[in-house]
Design a protein around this ligand. Structure first.
Ligand code: C5P
Length: 223
């Protein structure tokens, strides 16, 4: 690995959406492209870290220099994260489905005159909250908050509820064009306050975030 501010560190990043099966041919998904999470993994490699990227289904190429674990569902992602810890830094950039359905073993058939099926949802495990509270908790745990309104208020609430060190909040309302787009407008929310960054490419957000995390780790060790 390259020498850099994260040399000798292990960084685990989740990225992309999850797919929650309804039956063998159908699933519930979301609009996450994985661009931000993959850019963060690449930036961590560039900073000299050993990087494990746990990715839901995306159309992006694997970033060079990472160990990539491909998963489908939230439960798969949860298990994969548990397997690859411990780490110095965990960054949960994936848009993990909050709920799944109890998947049917066979394709659900449409039958003449029959009522439409109804599904009840079951809650998925919260990967970020679980990592934050694990006995082998990484030194830095970073989450994302994709919101369509009250972005910063929700991020503050999430920081406390999920016990993380930092939440990167962004506006994913359609007008902001963040989901699937190449740019991001990020707010860094920590216990000490909020820092709003100007709109920039997802690569630039990734590089700045990684530089900041390396700095926080160094300072906390010097203290
Ligand atoms: O509460 P919300 O889902 O908006 O929180 C988003 C953050 O929590 C993201 O960092 C996401 O990766 C993480 N998350 C998770 N497991 C879930 C749901 C969200 O790790 N089941």
């Amino acid at each position: 690995a390259a020498k850099g501010p994260l040399s000798g560190r292990h960084v685990v990043v989740t990225s992309g959406p999850t797919h929650e099966a309804i039956d063998p041919v159908r699933y519930i998904a979301n609009r996450s492209s994985g661009k931000q999470g993959h850019a963060i993994a690449a930036a961590a490699v560039a900073a000299g870290a050993r990087v494990t990227l746990i990715s839901g289904p995306v159309t992006l190429p694997d970033p060079a220099g990472c160990d990539v674990v491909r998963v489908e569902s939230a439960r798969d992602m949860f298990a994969a994260v548990a397997r690859v810890l411990p780490a110095d830094i965990f960054i949960g950039a994936a848009a993990v489905a909050d709920w799944r359905v109890e998947a049917a073993a066979d394709k659900i058939k449409k039958r003449q005159g029959a009522a439409a099926p109804t599904f009840s949802l079951v809650e998925n495990p919260d990967i970020l909250a679980t990592v934050s509270r694990a006995s082998n908790r990484p030194r830095l745990v970073v989450g994302f908050a994709a919101e369509t309104r009250d972005v910063i208020a929700h991020a503050k609430e999430k920081l406390l509820r999920k016990d993380c060190d930092l939440i990167i909040a962004n506006d994913v309302s359609e007008a902001a064009g963040v989901f699937g787009g190449d740019a991001n407008e990020a707010h860094l929310v920590s216990r000490s306050g909020v820092e709003s960054w100007p709109r920039m490419s997802k690569e630039a957000v990734a590089a700045q975030l990684i530089a900041r995390l390396a700095d926080i780790l160094d300072r906390s060790e010097a203290a």
